[in-house]
Design a protein around this ligand. Structure first.
Ligand code: ADP
Ligand code: ADP
Length: 227
C-alpha cells in the first residue's frame, strides 16, 4: 500500500542570476507503516525534500503522487487541503500557540477540518492520552516541560489520523534523556501502525528508524533498511 511515490523530482531555486539545484532527480516510494529517516549534511536538500513530501511546496520537475493523487501541479488551496487531511507535522520548535491550553492546541487541526466541538474535544483528549498527557490538558505551553510540549505537538499531529507523520528534527530542542523518551513514543506510534518520516542530521535519532535515506548534493546517496 503505497502512500508516497515521487519520481525524478527536482527543485530549482532562482536567486537573482544564480540557480541552486536543491534536488536533482529524487525517486522513492514509501509504503504505509514504514518508519523512515531522511539524513544528510547541511545543504544536501533535506528541508527541500521535507517541504515536498509535506505538500508545502511543489517540484520544479518530476512527479509526486500522495495516496494515489498527483500533487505535482496542485493549487495552493488543494495542497493545504491535503496537508490538513493527510499529514501530521512535528517541528523542532514545537510551534504551539503559547496562550492556548494543550487541549486547544490539539483541537486546532479539527477546527480547520470543520469537526464539531463535542467530537473535537473527545478526539483531542484521546490524542493527549495517547501521548501520556491525559492529566495536562488544561496546561499552557509555558507550564509544560520541553518534552511535554513536544508530546502536545505530537498529539496535534495525530489527532486527524493522518496518513503520514512528518517530523523535522523532533528532538533538536530537547536534552538527550527527553529526546530518548520522545523516540520511545515514536516507536509506540510506529507499532500501532502509523507511518513515520523523520528528517534529521543526528545518527542517534536516525538509528531508531527502520529505513535510512541519505541525501548528498540533492541526490539520494543511499536508501537502505536499518538493521
Ligand atoms: P538541508 O535541509 O539539507 O540543509 P536545504 O534543502 O535547506 O538543505 O537546501 C538545499 C540547497 O538549496 C542549499 O544549497 C540551500 O542553500 C538551497 N536553498 C534552500 N532553500 C532555498 C531558498 N528558499 N532559496 C534559495 N536557495 C535555497
Ligand atoms: P524548525 O522545526 O527547524 O524550527 P520550522 O518550524 O520553522 O522549522 O518550519 C519548517 C518548515 O515548515 C518551514 O518551511 C515552514 O514554513 C513550515 N511550517 C512551519 N510551521 C508550520 C505549520 N504549522 N504548518 C505547516 N507548515 C509549517
Amino acid at each position: 500500500d503505497i502512500v508516497i511515490d515521487i519520481e525524478g523530482v527536482s527543485k530549482l531555486y532562482r536567486m537573482g542570476t544564480e540557480t541552486v539545484h536543491a534536488l536533482r532527480g529524487v525517486t522513492m516510494t514509501i509504503h504505509r507503516n514504514e518508519y523512515l529517516a531522511i539524513m544528510g549534511p547541511s545543504g544536501s536538500g533535506k528541508s527541500t525534500l521535507m517541504n515536498m513530501l509535506g505538500c508545502l511546496d511543489t517540484p520544479t520537475a518530476g512527479h509526486y503522487a500522495f495516496a494515489g493523487e498527483d500533487v505535482s501541479d496542485m493549487s495552493d488551496d488543494d495542497l493545504a487541503d491535503i496537508r490538513n487531511r493527510e499529514i501530521g507535522f512535528v517541528f523542532q520548535s514545537f510551534n504551539l500557540l503559547p496562550r492556548s491550553t494543550a487541549l486547544h492546541n490539539v483541537e486546532l487541526p479539527l477546527i480547520y477540518a470543520g469537526i464539531r466541538a463535542h467530537e473535537r474535544r473527545d478526539r483531542a483528549m484521546e490524542a493527549l492520552e495517547q501521548v501520556g498527557l491525559g492529566d495536562r490538558t488544561h496546561h499552557r505551553p509555558n507550564e509544560l516541560s520541553g518534552g511535554q510540549r513536544q508530546r502536545v505537538a505530537i498529539a496535534r499531529a495525530l489527532v486527524n489520523r493522518p496518513s503520514i507523520i512528518l517530523a523535522d528534527e523532533p528532538t533538536g530542542a530537547l536534552d538527550s534523556k527527553t529526546g530518548v523518551e520522545i523516540m520511545q513514543l515514536f516507536e509506540e506510534l510506529y507499532e500501532k501502525g502509523n507511518t513515520l518520516i523523520l528528517v534529521t542530521h543526528e545518527e542517534d535519532i536516525a538509528r531508531h528508524a527502520r529505513r535510512i535515506v541519505r541525501l548528498r548534493d540533492g541526490l539520494i546517496e543511499s536508501d537502505a533498511p536499518n538493521d
